[in-house]
Write a protein that binds this ligand. Structure first.
Ligand SMILES: Cc1cc2nc3c(=O)[nH]c(=O)nc-3n(C[C@H](O)[C@H](O)[C@H](O)COP(=O)(O)O)c2cc1C
Length: 279
């Protein structure tokens, strides 16, 4: 059944907990409907995803915008079973990754740009944080485009930032040279179940008019928490042995608990070891 503007409005209302204006008629209704109701998929059918389809999706992903047309992102399609197993082992805290029919790693790539400077005989005068940042953003944009395109044609995806937990080993496994670094993995396959719509912060917190304003943040997060507790409660409370459990376990408690533990303390060192100057 073709998507409708009403369905998009209903899905966005469920996601944001507020009424969102209905879209006017457009040929892109199916794509917008897919984007409105999307969710990450971590359970896949055994059905394989053809190499041609993966290649087409890579092309669509890399058609996305790129800072100054520098094209500082690459996608590694991990097909070799042995390498795939080793990559799965490196993200072993994410057991679901093992069953993903397709595993990709989106990388930032500032190496090519530096090669151009060498080959064309011009100084590289931008050896500072921006070089890393631009490549990371470019990779993120391509990742997002890949996800959107995949979900629009009925595939399921989930990014895997856990590849950065062992960035050095992932980099060695994928033979990433200097100035090339993993941004996120991506698991892709035909979904075993329809992903649920994960609620988002209210737009009054995340969409600003003319200037940044966060005077309502605390109250808005309290009501967002209450909505998530009633509509979409967390199945588990993080670090409950250390921090106990609470019946007020909403999004803010989950996120504050998540980042109360150190994560990827060595990532900066890894990025510097790839040659980047982060000043
Ligand atoms: C850059 C990035 C990295 C992510 N890494 C992981 C990951 O390592 N493991 C995981 O299960 N989900 C990961 N996710 C998925 C997020 O947890 C998910 O997008 C978020 O919970 C919102 O849910 P939704 O995508 O279903 O709307 C990642 C998402 C992004 C954008």
């Amino acid at each position: 059944m073709p998507a409708s503007a009403k369905q998009i409005r209903d899905d966005l209302e469920r996601r944001f907990g507020e009424v969102i204006p209905e879209i006017a008629a457009t040929d892109a209704i199916d794509l917008l409907a897919s984007m409105a109701r999307r969710g990450s998929c971590r359970r896949f059918k055994a059905q394989p995803v053809g190499a041609e389809l993966v290649k087409m999706l890579c092309a669509i992903a890399l058609a996305s915008p790129s800072k100054s047309d520098l094209q500082q992102r690459d996608i590694i399609v991990v097909n070799d079973p042995e390498r795939k197993t080793r990559l799965v082992d490196l993200v072993s805290d994410q057991a679901w990754v093992k069953a993903a029919p397709v595993l990709l790693v989106f990388c930032g790539n500032n190496r090519r740009q530096r090669q151009l400077h060498k080959w064309r005989g011009h100084a590289f005068a931008n050896d500072h944080l921006d070089a890393f940042f631009n490549a990371a953003v470019d990779a993120g944009i391509a990742l997002s485009a890949f996800v959107t395109a995949s979900e629009a044609i009925g595939l399921g995806c989930c990014p895997i930032s856990a590849v950065r937990n062992q960035a050095k080993d992932v980099s060695a496994l994928l033979e990433l040279p200097d100035y090339v670094f993993p941004v996120a993995g991506l698991a892709v396959g035909f979904p075993e179940e329809k992903p649920s719509i994960s609620m988002r912060l209210p737009l009054r917190l995340t969409v600003h008019e003319d200037r940044y304003c966060d005077t309502e943040t605390s109250e808005a997060i309290d009501s967002y928490d209450a909505m998530r507790i009633s509509v979409q409660p967390y199945a588990q409370q993080r670090l409950s042995e250390k921090l106990g459990t609470t019946d007020q376990y909403g999004w803010s408690e989950d996120k504050a608990r998540q980042y109360s533990e150190p994560e990827r303390l060595d990532f900066g060192d890894f990025v510097r070891s790839k040659g980047f100057n982060l000043k």
